[in-house]
Design a protein around this ligand. Sequence first.
Ligand code: NAD
Length: 367
Amino acid sequence: MQPLVVDLGDRAYPIHVGSDLIGRSDLYAPHLAGLQVLVVTDATVADLHLDRVRRALGNREVASVVLAGGEADKTLDAVSRIVDVLVERRFNRSAAVVALGGGVVGDVAGFAAAVYQRGIRYIQVPTTLLAQVDSSVGGKTGVNHPRGKNLVGAFHQPVCVIADTGALATLSERELRAGLAEVIKYGVLWDAEFFDWIEANLDGLLARDEGLLARSVRRSCEIKAEVVSQDEREAGVRARLNLGHTFGHAIEAGMEYGHWLHGEAVAAGTCMAADLAARMNWISAADADRVQGLIRRAGLPDRGPAALSPDDFLRLMARDKKAVDGGIRLVLPRAIGDTVLTGDFDPRALAGTLEACRADIEPPFFD
Ligand SMILES: NC(=O)c1ccc[n+]([C@@H]2O[C@H](COP(=O)([O-])OP(=O)(O)OC[C@H]3O[C@@H](n4cnc5c(N)ncnc54)[C@H](O)[C@@H]3O)[C@@H](O)[C@H]2O)c1
């Protein structure tokens, strides 16, 4: 199948989506300028796929860094470990990094590639649904600060994305559902027909029908590629991709990173955004119900945690990168398939949402 393309002129890059791609040397070779390659992965993914990637890289000089795995790895310490290996192995500016794993590996390895010798190339090989549909595309790299999510980072585009949908077979149920949160997000923020399609095919997606998963990855990547091609640095339309994220990042940071998965927090955040939009009559109550109903059917949370008070939310949301001079800005739906970034919302309606959309719930959110 033809790859999708993120059209960024001389930095355009392909996104390959399909089965059995991880071990295909022909997908890596055109994007490697030199013979030195550092594969960054985590312990779980290393066991599953590192050998295949090493074989695909042939007789190049291949080193690897294996992180423990999970959100706790998204630190400057992890970046330092990667840079230490690049320095110790005397990797030069034509070396490449391969980010093999979920969004954590991709964000950390991409950031190390962005800063090592002011930037070397990297290939994204996403192995979670969340990373395949979202984090591997678009060039946002970085790590968390104890006081806020993704506060340290850089824009650095990969030279290629290899999304092997066969890898999704081994994902835990919880990680699969967290990835579906981002898929549903695309339907709400950009494409009403895709939202209908997800509603109709959710059972098959949950049953891991590979054809359906591949279609959801492909359509999500098409949307992300289109948006990023228009607005690489998030001066405008790209902000719409952050639907649910201002609420979601507050949940992730407020509950200690890793307790709620990123996708779970985005799911709750998307429901909170829909609730707020419905309170202001921007969308109908029926559309808000549809969004929340689909998220519930996917076994994802439709509320934030009661452990965070409305004041906690407001304090944490003011730290969001989209805030301007301390004023919160939110991405809110105007219809299913249409969203806007705005600071112009009714603060009383936001207070109502923060009061109503909290519940005494704990992950995992499905039976
Ligand atoms: N850069 C961006 O544009 C962007 C966009 C969305 C999310 N993100 C970031 O992505 C991160 C979340 O990514 P994630 O959900 O992939 O988390 P993750 O990288 O922590 O992976 C989740 C878990 O799945 C395991 N795993 C990975 N692939 C597997 C496989 N094929 N089979 C079995 N287990 C596997 C990992 O070992 C890990 O334990 C967050 O830090 C979030 O902020 C970044």
